[in-house]
Design a protein around this ligand. Structure first.
Ligand SMILES: [Zn+2]
Ligand SMILES: [Zn+2]
Length: 143
């Protein structure tokens, strides 16, 4: 999984040792794609035949938290849930002709908060891509 390799690099950059246990934890968080409690991660791992102690799961999650890999969410009465902190959030503008990709700042933060309020969803993420023809390609088509 490409994404896991990315996280491996992030851990190394932060000086956190890459272990089998940590890889398994990250894999669960990446696969499930929603915030999970330590208990839920523990169960997921067990189902995969990976037997870690719950205390080990906690210890590694706390290590991730201290290093900015995961954040701790407190959903009202529920137990603590952890989610991966993704890199800086931005969008992409893609040229359909030459496939140049430009990053775009996110214009949707307020809208996301609004949707969150109106629907009672806990919004976790959104995605947007814009497609067009870049200035260079526009010049070329004139030939
Ligand atoms: Zn182009
Ligand atoms: Zn955005």
């Amino acid at each position: 999984m490409d994404e896991l390799i990315l996280w491996k690099k992030r851990l190394k950059d932060k000086g956190i040792r890459w272990t089998k246990q940590r890889a398994a934890l990250l894999r669960v968080l990446l696969q499930v794609k929603r915030p999970l409690s330590a208990q839920e991660i523990f169960v997921e791992l067990e189902e995969e035949g990976i037997n870690l102690r719950l205390s080990t799961v906690y210890r590694n999650l706390n290590c991730f938290k201290a290093n900015g890999i995961v954040r701790n969410l407190n959903f009202d009465q529920q137990e603590n849930k952890f989610e991966l902190i993704k890199g800086e959030h931005h969008h992409h503008l893609i040229c359909v002709n030459c496939e140049e990709i430009k990053p775009l700042d996110c214009p949707l933060q307020e809208f996301e908060a609004e949707v969150d309020q109106k629907t009672d969803y806990a919004i976790l993420e959104h995605r947007m891509k814009m497609y067009g023809i870049c200035p260079n390609c526009q010049k070329k088509t004139g030939d």
